[in-house]
Design a protein around this ligand. Structure first.
Ligand code: GLN
Length: 199
């Protein structure tokens, strides 16, 4: 089974560890460059992207992470992790950087204060069966994507209908929502299949 690292400087690491193991892969928390060397792929969890960005630098992980991504390591980012994997942030704070990798612009906290957090059933391309329950917590949305990016899901109801909330570019995937918190681990299974080279 592949070993999937969970970036463990900040955020909901434990939920991803459980989801990865349930999806049939080995999980390893990654806090040091040597741990990063030991994994086949990486998940960047939900949390707070400005803090995560600072801690990645403080833990001397920025350059090794960039290097692994440049060499094709598969990665999956949920929520703050989606922001970390975005090439661009709309109206970014001057001091916030991302790892990048996916040719997209994300907007942080995009759904606004009125709808800080919400849940919706979503149809996700590449995942069969019933729609997936998607939990959004101060989530970003994807404002625009480059030609090489596949849109996997959009919001289906309400004022934000049509907004992009799941994407794939090669072996990089990202979701605005948190599939690690619902017990439905089909998105993690998809990622494991991507890591195995089967999807
Ligand atoms: N609002 C957070 C950010 O901008 C993301 C929230 C989350 O990961 N649940 O980083």
């Amino acid at each position: 089974a592949p070993t999937i690292g969970i970036l463990a400087v900040q955020g909901d690491v434990r939920e991803h560890v459980y989801a990865v193991e349930d999806a049939g892969a080995r999980a390893l928390t990654v806090r040091r460059p040597t741990e990063l060397e030991a994994v086949d792929a990486l998940i960047v969890p939900g949390g707070e992207s400005t803090t995560m960005d600072k801690l990645v630098r403080a833990f001397d992980l920025y350059a090794p992470l960039r290097s692994r991504l440049d060499h094709g390591m598969p990665a999956y980012g949920s929520c703050a992790g989606m922001i970390m994997l975005a090439d661009r942030i709309a109206d970014a704070r001057p001091d916030q950087q991302t790892l990048g990798g996916i040719d997209m612009t994300v907007r942080r906290n995009a759904f606004g204060r009125q709808v800080d957090s919400f849940e919706e059933d979503l149809h996700i391309r590449a995942i069969g069966g019933t729609p997936m329950r998607a939990v959004f917590i101060r989530a970003p949305w994807v404002e625009e994507v480059g030609d090489g990016v596949d849109v996997l899901a959009r919001v289906e109801d309400g004022p934000a209908a049509g907004r992009i909330v799941a994407v794939r570019q090669g072996s990089l995937v990202a979701t605005s929502f948190h599939p690690e918190v619902t017990g439905d681990h089909r998105f993690h299974q998809l990622f494991v299949e991507i890591v195995r080279g089967n999807a």
